[in-house]
Structure formats: structure tokens, C-alpha cells
Design a protein around this ligand. Structure first.
Ligand code: F6R
Length: 604
């Protein structure tokens, strides 16, 4: 949420900042701005809307050797030019960009900033005024002023600060929000995500919470808040430039949906040994074996992936699995078992709600595993163990390939633990073979795009609301399918347990309400869901059925090639991803960047 970039050195700062912001736009896109310094000349340009809107406002003479930039997802104050970052201190000597939430901003304003002329409503503007006050009114050096402000500020933040009197330096600090240093030859950079700077460098340095970093063109000094120097090495980010481009696709979402068969195959090769046997780090297997209960903590789509994985995790590891919504568990943790293991599922590895639970788990000494797409992400670094999704960067805000990769990765874990325990169901479950069948099933669904697009046009073109229904794992897919539809097409949609509709919600069914029924290969559940379809059809619903081939009837609308029941969520979700994509396209909306959302949710 919110993206930060900064650069100092022998590069055209405006170009670097703008290219970086374009790559970070997925983190927030309600407004943006850059601050660029060229000798004595400074330029601050801000705009409401997308990075493209900011670009049209830039004059040709805005060039410089240092600068900071920001793309915003509003928390305090509506999206407006005044509230867009960068923000400046009272005299405009200090300029600041921020990702996070300053919790005590109201107290700071009343305790320290009487008489200050604050233009907007953001917590960030208050912070930069505070720094300016300490430096200009109280006579502290920049570093002293920044440190003093950091000692007062409470909350989550990644800051990049510039002082117009010493524009060869970017001062950086972070707590709970992500920020990295990119290392170049004659220049150094600051960014929320390596993706922003991968064109310029693959060498990065991590910053830990409550560290202050002084970034110059030829040096990077890391300190704790007391000013003690900290030695920090760099690492090479394994990101391929072509992974972050759209190629010939109109939208990232379609590209990422299409990548799913490849992701399944990549996962097979990442988690098999030379003999073709599923392999997982022995310490991770032991952590599961030692646990008497697994608690899966996640948000949104990742939470749904947890549900889709619960059944096979329980069956193959012989360990009960409970799920927790991260934002609830941060503050309302239920009574735990004697030997819990926490599994965090997170595409980004940066979700603040999940991290809040992890911080608590670490304090309680509870072992933890993060299942994430991003190596080196906060949840990965702070958990005891990590399993990677190997899905490649997911840029569309609506998660697709990460969801299916999360289920497949947890299947790898379940199979490895089951094998280690001598579980007979695990012995019968040839995961490598089954995942390759899943890849083929996805390919078959992808080849039906035109048919799905036409069905969507008939069903959803003008609807304001819709339902997905299913039973068992199909219910879990219904939850995910409805989230996908509503987040990008703005059609209000509920994912419902098919049998539960008649207990109240069926009163919402009237002529023409779209109901999409998911039926995969459990015959008894299928028969019951068909009964529920009759109930809604009798009340006027327009029904579309998505059914796996083993269960399908001639008249079913979308048929999905049958896969192993443990993995059916992966195969069944793909047509629903395409339903969401085409419904959104047909409504003329931005598929990749739906309103009010951001890809990486780094505030609680
Ligand atoms: C929806 C979506 C979100 C995320 C959620 C958690 O398409 O992507 O619901 O799943 O914000 O994010 P991660 O997985 O990064 O923890």
C-alpha cells in the first residue's frame, strides 16, 4: 500500500522515479508525486489519479540527480493533490514520502505543531512538519531532527526524507512497512519493492525495523536509532525483467491466469528431487510433525486458499487445521492447542494484518511457516520457515496464479509430511502426476475463453448482484470466485454454501439474478447442489453451471477436466477467474487496477 522510490547519483532522477512508480503503481493508484533536485533547483509535482496523469503534468525541464517519489493509497484524507505525497515542512526545506500509518499523528499535531500551516489531512504532512520544527525551530541537525521525530512517532512507516540544503542524501527509516535499498554504480536507490528498480540493479540491501539509513550516491550507512553503525551485506534479487512486463497481453490478469499451467510445472520441478520424488526441507516436515494443530492465518484470496487446502492437509498430515482471518487474529486470538504451528499464506509476504499475528506468535515462541511468492519478504524473514510459490511476480491486483500456487504448495507440504509419516492416503497420492493433470485441466479451460466470454455476456452484462454456490471444496472455490468477481467488476456477489441458501438468503433470488453453481466430483454433494439449483431456478434465477467432466451432464454450461479431488479447487477456480475477467472487460473497467484497492496491503 503506497509505493516509495528514491534515487541519488549519476542518473536522470526523473526517469528513474517515473519508471519506478509505474512498476509500483499496483501498490496504490489514487494519486502520485515526485520531488526532484537539480543543484539549487527543486521541483515538486503531484497529481490525482494514475502515474500516467502525473507524467502528463511533468514539464520537460524537470531533470535532476536526486529525488523521491510516491504512489498513494489513501488512508488519511481523500485522494487529492494536497494530500498526495511528497509532503513538505513549513519552509519546504524538508520533503518526505511515507508508506504506513502514524497512529499518534493527532497528538503530534496538538503537542508540537501549534501555529504550523498544515495544508492537507495526512499523517505524513504532520511528520515532515515535526522534522522541520526540530531542525529549523530547535536548531537540531537533520539526523538529530529525524531521530527525535522517530522517537516520538508511533505506528507503521517507511520514510524517505530529503533536505533541500543537502540534496545529495536521502534519509530512510522503517518500521513494519517494507523498504529496500537498491545498489548501483555511482548511484543508490530506495524502493518499496525490488520490482521498481530491477531495470537499474539486481543488488539490494534489506532494512530492518527501526533502522535509519543514510543513502548517498556512493555510500549507504545503516544505523540503529541510537546512531550505532550496523553492518549489512547485499543480496541479488532473482527477478527476470520479462516477468514483470505484460508482453502482448492487454492486462496482467489475463497473462497471470494463462501462466497457471506453467506455474504448476515450475512447482513440480522446484519441489522434486533428482529421482522425481516430492521433497520439502526436513525442518519444515518436522515442524508439522511436532504440531498437534495447524493454524492457517491469511487474508482475502490467501485465506480462501487456506480453506481449499484444509481438507488434504488434515487427511495427509493427520493434524487438525483451523483457519483465522489475519485482521481478526491480530487482536482476538482464540485459545490455542498445546503444540500449535502457524502457517501464514501470503502472496506478497507483506500483509500487515498477517504480520501482526506473526509478531505475536514469535513473542509466544510458536513455530511458524510462511507460504509466499516473495523471497525475502517480511513474513518470510520473520517466520521460522518459508515455502515459496514459484509463481513469478503477480502484478494484477486480483490474485489468480498465486491462489492456485498456494494450494499446490500446501499440497506439496501435505504430501511430504504424509510420506514421512507413512500415511496411506499420501502413499496413494502421486502428487507429481496429479499436478501435471491439473496443468492440463487448466490448459483445457483456457482454451474455452471465447465460450466463457460469451456466457458471461449473457449472464452478467447488466447485473448488479450475483451468487456463486457450491458444497465442500466447491463452496471454498465459491468464496474465492465471488471475491474475484466483486473486486474487479463491482458486481455484488456472495459465495454461498449451496445448502445454506434456503436458510434465509434465498429470499434475495428473483427473476434474472445470476447464480453460478460449482459442482466437482463428489457425487452425493453434486446431487444435493443440483437440487439447490432447481430451488433457485424455480424462483427465477439465471443459472450457469461449472461442472467437472466426471460429474457433468450434457446441459451443463462449462465443463472442467477432472482432477484429483484434493486439487479440484485449482481446476474449478480457473473458469471463475475468466468469468471475473470478462465481466469486468465487458463493463469497460480497469481489470488490473480496481478502484479502492492496492496489491500489497501494508496497513492494518
Ligand atoms: C484479492 C487479493 C487479496 C489478497 C489479500 C492478502 O484478489 O489479492 O484478497 O489475497 O490482500 O494478500 P497477501 O496474499 O499478499 O497476504
Amino acid at each position: 500500500m503506497c509505493g516509495i522510490v528514491g534515487v541519488v547519483g549519476n542518473k536522470n532522477a526523473t526517469d528513474i522515479l517515473m519508471q519506478g512508480l509505474e512498476k509500483l503503481e499496483y501498490r496504490g493508484y489514487d494519486s502520485a508525486g515526485i520531488y526532484v533536485v537539480n543543484g539549487q533547483k527543486t521541483n515538486l509535482v503531484k497529481s490525482v489519479g494514475r502515474i500516467a496523469d502525473l507524467r502528463t503534468k511533468l514539464g520537460i525541464d524537470i531533470a535532476g540527480t536526486a529525488g523521491i517519489g510516491h504512489t498513494r493509497w489513501a488512508t488519511h484524507g481523500k485522494p487529492s493533490e494536497i494530500n498526495a505525497h511528497p509532503h513538505q515542512s513549513e519552509t519546504a526545506r524538508f520533503t518526505l514520502v511515507h508508506n504506513g500509518v502514524i497512529e499518534n499523528f493527532a497528538e503530534i499535531k496538538s503537542d508540537y505543531l501549534a501555529g504550523h500551516n498544515l495544508k492537507g489531512q495526512t499523517d505524513t504532512e504532520i511528520t515532515v512538519h515535526l522534522i522541520g520544527k526540530f531542525a529549523e525551530e530547535d536548531g537540531l541537525s537533520v539526523l538529530e531532527a529525524f531521530r527525535k521525530a522517530l522517537s516520538i512517532i508511533e505506528g507503521s512507516y517507511a520514510f524517505a526524507l530529503m533536505d533541500a540544503k543537502d540534496a545529495d542524501t536521502i534519509y530512510v527509516a522503517k518500521n513494519k512497512s517494507p523498504l529496500l535499498i537498491g545498489l548501483g554504480d555511482g548511484y543508490n536507490m530506495v524502493c518499496s519493492d525490488a520490482m521498481a528498480m530491477i531495470r537499474e540493479t539486481s543488488e539490494y540491501m534489506e532494512i530492518h525495523d527501526k533502522e535509519l539509513v543514510i543513502v548517498k550516491a556512493d555510500s549507504v550507512q545503516v544505523q540503529d536509532y541510537a546512531g550505532n553503525a550496523i553492518e549489512r551485506g547485499s543480496y541479488t534479487a532473482e527477478l527476470d525483467l520479462s516477468d514483470i512486463g505484460k508482453g502482448t497481453y492487454p492486462y496482467y490478469m489475463l497473462k497471470e491466469i494463462d501462466e497457471q499451467p506453467t506455474v504448476m510445472r515450475k512447482l513440480i520441478s522446484a519441489y522434486t528431487d533428482d529421482a522425481g520424488k516430492i521433497t520439502v526441507d526436513a525442518d519444515i516436515i518436522k515442524a508439522v510433525q511436532d504440531a498437534d494443530r495447524i493454524y492457517i492465518i491469511a487474508a482475502g484470496t490467501s485465506y480462501h486458499a487456506g480453506f481449499a487446502s484444509k481438507d488434504f492437509l488434515e487427511q495427509l498430515t493427520d493434524t487438525p487445521v483451523e483457519l483465522g482471518i489475519a485482521s481478526e487474529w491480530g487482536y482476538n486470538q482464540p485459545l490455542l492447542s498445546q503444540k500449535p504451528l502457524f502457517i501464514f499464506i501470503s502472496q506478497s509476504g507483506e500483509t500487515a494484518d498477517s504480520r501482526q499475528v506473526l509478531v505475536r506468535a514469535n513473542k509466544m515462541g510458536i513455530p511458524s511457516l510462511t507460504v509466499t511468492n516473495v523471497p525475502g519478504s517480511t513474513l518470510s524473514r520473520e517466520a521460522n520457515y518459508t515455502m515459496l510459490l514459484h509463481a513469478g511476480p503477480e502484478i494484477a491486483v486480483a490474485s489468480t496464479k498465486a491462489y492456485t500456487a498456494q494450494i499446490a504448495t500446501l499440497a506439496v507440504l501435505a504430501k511430504a509430511v504424509g510420506d514421512a509419516n507413512g500415511n496411506s492416503k499420501a502413499a496413494d497420492f502421486d502428487l507429481v502426476h496429479e499436478l501435471s493433470i491439473v496443468a492440463q485441466s487448466i490448459e483445457a479451460s483456457l482454451s474455452e475463453k471465447d465460450m466463457i466470454e460469451a456466457k458471461v455476456a449473457d449472464l452478467l452484462a447488466t447485473s448488479r448482484n450475483a451468487f456463486y454456490i457450491g458444497r465442500g471444496t466447491d463452496y471454498y472455490v465459491a468464496m474465492e470466485a465471488s471475491l474475484k468477481l466483486k473486486e474487479i467488476s463491482y458486481i455484488q456477489c456472495e459465495g454461498f454454501a449451496a445448502g445454506e441458501l434456503k436458510h434465509g438468503t434465498i429470499s434475495l433470488i428473483e427473476d434474472g439474478v445470476p447464480v453460478i453453481a460449482l459442482i466437482s466430483n463428489n457425487k452425493t454433494l453434486a446431487a444435493h447442489t443440483r437440487g439447490n439449483i432447481q430451488e433457485v431456478a424455480a424462483r427465477g434465477a439465471s443459472v450457469l453451471t461449472v461442472v467437472d467432466e466426471a460429474t457433468a451432464r450434457e446441459e451443463d454450461d462449462i465443463k472442467v477436466r477432472t482432477v484429483h479431488p484434493y486439487l479440484s479447487s485449482i481446476a474449478m477456480v480457473v473458469p471463475t477467474q475468466l468469468v471475473a475477467y470478462y465481466a469486468t472487460l465487458q463493463r469497460g473497467l480497469d481489470v488490473d487496477k480496481p478502484r479502492n484497492l492496492a496489491k500489497s496491503v501494508t496497513v492494518e
